[in-house]
Design a protein around this ligand. Structure first.
Ligand SMILES: Nc1nc(=O)n([C@H]2C[C@H](O)[C@@H](COP(=O)(O)O)O2)cc1CO
Ligand SMILES: [Zn+2]
Length: 160
């Protein structure tokens, strides 16, 4: 008889997004993303980080500073954008994006233009911002569905 306590597809892919987030150097918010095609194949993963070529130790990771250039915001690449750009499988048409934090409006545009059709997110802590509101407007207008990941509270411990 087959094993019954295996993880679902949603748990598997959100789990991979959560594991990817652990690579982030951001000390306040770690975000991970996993893009999956309609055959349940992972086509890309990503997490938030500085662009390739930037020395993480030389970049600002602060949320506030004298100027915006003293903060991480103008420099950091979001997990979703990294996952879209990291894909080595060609078209993302019809794919699903699993992401640990609801996409900002800039990533929403990249998500739409890449052909991703469904977004599953875990946390939406910036739901009140215009950025997230704009993402929702864009997703609705452009036919990208979005749904909150429903955790059943299962915990998986990895002793890495
Ligand atoms: N959807 C997102 N994906 C992301 O990768 N990020 C990144 C950008 C920053 O590195 C961090 C947010 O930092 P903070 O403002 O919560 O300290 O998460 C942020 C969002 C929120 O829109
Ligand atoms: Zn973004």
């Amino acid at each position: 008889m087959k094993r019954n306590d295996y993880i679902s597809w949603d748990e598997y892919f959100m789990g991979i997004a959560m594991l990817s987030a652990q690579r982030s150097k951001d000390n306040s918010t770690q975000v991970g993303a996993c893009i999956v095609n309609d055959k349940h194949k992972i086509v890309s993963v990503g997490y938030n980080g500085m662009p390739t070529g930037c020395d993480d130790d030389d970049m600002p990771w602060e949320r506030e500073g004298e100027s915006s250039l003293d903060t991480k915001y103008p420099f950091v690449c979001h997990a979703e954008l990294n996952a879209i750009l990291n894909s080595s499988f060609g078209s993302l048409n019809g794919c699903t994006l699993y992401v640990t934090l609801f996409p900002c409006n800039e990533c929403a545009k990249a998500i739409i233009q890449s052909g991703i059709k469904r977004v599953v997110y875990k946390c939406n802590k910036y739901a009140d911002t215009d950025s997230v509101k704009a993402s929702c407007i864009l997703f609705e207008k452009c036919g990208v569905s979005f749904e909150e990941y429903r955790s059943n509270g299962k915990s998986i411990v990895l002793s890495v």
